[in-house]
Design a protein around this ligand. Sequence first.
Ligand SMILES: O=C(O)CCC(=O)C(=O)O
Length: 286
Amino acid sequence: MPKILSADAIQAYRNDGFVRPLRVLSGEKVQRCRSELEAFEAKHGQVFSENREKSGDSLTGSYRFKSHLLMKWLSDLVFHPHILDVVEDLIGPDLLCWTTHWFVKEAHTPHYVSWHQDSNYWGLDTDRLVSVWLALSVSNPASGCIRVLPGSHKETRMKHFDTYHEHNMLTRGQEIRGIDEAASVNLAVEPGEVAIFDYRLAHASYPNHSDDRRIGIGIRYIPPETRQILRPWDSATLVRGEDRFGHFELEPTPRFDFDPEALEAHKRADAAQREVYYEGAQPLDS
Ligand SMILES: O=C(O)CCC(=O)C(=O)O
């Protein structure tokens, strides 16, 4: 018996590769999360922004990945019971959080995400990874919300080209060409709502033409039987149920921001994930 999702919503996820936006945080709670993020950015430099002109930070800044190991409030969020109930409805009761990724676009900036399938370059052998993309500000067509191509999760390994375009927010600027834009749909979400999609689903997003920052955090959940096939070692956080497989080193949960034990786990995981993201990358001039 599903905990949150209707049978129709689960069927739509299987058919189309995504679930219609759902609210998981109240307006007050999401405002608190945004304030926490912005206080962290002010203290440590704008490490989550993709706007290099403003932030001076690179697109691959370490704090953008696995930041639930750095920030206590974000760690609490990846364990949020409502989010986990939804994910459990889709992939079962034993859940690991493999990673978290920040996607922050400053107001009126050219940064974008090209069409891609995450499954193509994360080295995970599962077809059950669920991405939960939580909005901390308005994400709509004007601010560059996620667009998806319904049903594309059934097309394994669409061809990607590495572009390294300076405004592309993906590590290698990887892109699928020739997507039928007319068949794709916007996943607009209000602050506190999540867009939920299969990591094989082709998705993209356009620049933020609005007056506010567009802030989202992608939380990636997998079942514990998943294996990392590109590298001999990987880590994840057990967020619900049991891990009876031991394919991932289980990460400590930070007790406070920059908890030394979790910071060490973040350092190792960040180095390993970087290797995975760049595995088989095409040289710039290929
Ligand atoms: O936030 C975006 O615009 C893109 C998000 C994305 O590519 C992802 O969550 O996998």
